[in-house]
Design a binder for this molecule. Structure first.
Ligand SMILES: [Fe+2]
Length: 299
């Protein structure tokens, strides 16, 4: 699940039109009867491809999460089965949704340790890319780290802060933090290419960005800094120009202790940086070669 830049997507409408009974909080019962042989085959293919690719590239905490949750390799998981492992561990549970949900609804779920998971799978011709989050992205990408207590607390703190922020101007700042940690975060690992491993869900669920984020010479890899991240625009249509690298998950725990209300109030008046900017104050792990960067299109 991502923060909705446009919740009223065609796919969402299609699902509503399909007659699924949607509650006021946008959740539905997982319509398991609608997952057919093609959906299970797509899951199987993506799961096999990503787990092979992630070996040595993703952080250990992610792999531990996959193991502890007992994520099935061969079929679209039952959300109830996932919750049977997840909820006793960290209090989080996943809830089925028809697609992207409005930001406030999303924050309300996170603030209550509920993670919305899109029920439908991408089509076989969309293995490499689709713009909206599907079940594979939401479940395989996000849920393994929700069984990690430190990351689980970070997500909860984020949801509470986002829900409490009632200044509309704060929304882009909150979206950037989510984007550069939960979706596209890298973590320090000196023994790995470019000194980084992967943890963000947008990367771990993508074949192309798994390789690019760790191995390409194009992007900047910069040490994580909360204020810097909240002021940095990002890409939704191409690989990232910059990634922000945490030292470890304890650093996110520190972020979770932040007085977000005060910080947002201060930062909302500050200008934003472009996605590819490198500042004098940045601690640089790799400075990007900028190969293949598009000049415009930062969100
Ligand atoms: Fe996501």
């Amino acid at each position: 699940m991502s923060i909705a830049s446009n919740a009223n997507t065609a796919k969402l409408k299609e699902q509503f039109d399909a007659g699924l009974e949607t509650r006021a909080d946008f959740t539905i019962d997982q319509p398991t009867e609608r997952s057919g042989a093609v959906d299970h085959a797509v899951w199987r293919q993506l799961y096999a491809r990503q787990t092979a690719l992630l070996e040595g590239r993703v952080c250990d905490e992610f792999l531990e999460g996959v193991e502890r949750i007992g994520m099935p390799a061969d079929r679209v998981p039952s959300f109830d089965e996932i919750n049977a492992k997840l909820t006793p561990a960290t209090g989080w549970r996943i809830v089925a949704v028809p697609g992207l949900v409005p930001d406030q609804v999303f924050f309300e779920h996170l603030a209550n340790r509920r993670f919305p998971v899109t029920w439908w799978m991408r089509r076989p011709d969309q293995l490499d890319y689709l713009q909206e989050p599907d079940c594979f992205h939401d479940l395989f990408g996000h849920v393994p780290l929700l069984i990690n207590p430190v990351f689980a607390d970070y997500m909860h703190a984020y949801g509470r802060a986002a829900l409490a922020a009632n200044d509309a101007g704060a929304l882009p700042l909150l979206a950037r933090l989510y984007w550069y940690t939960v979706e596209f975060g890298l973590i320090r690992d000196d023994a790995s290419p470019n000194g980084v491993k992967i943890y963000g869900a947008g990367i771990v669920s993508s074949k192309g960005e798994t390789i690019y984020s760790q191995q390409s010479a194009s992007p900047n890899r910069l040490c994580f800094d909360l204020e810097r991240v909240m002021r940095t625009r990002y890409r939704i249509d191409t690989f990232q120009k910059s990634y922000f690298v945490i030292d470890d998950f304890e650093q996110l725990f520190g972020v979770a202790q932040t007085d977000f209300a005060a910080l947002l109030k201060r930062l909302v008046a500050e200008p934003a940086f472009m996605a590819g900017d490198v500042l004098d104050s940045d601690r640089i792990i790799t400075r990007g070669s900028q190969d293949g960067w598009q000049a415009d299109g930062d969100i």
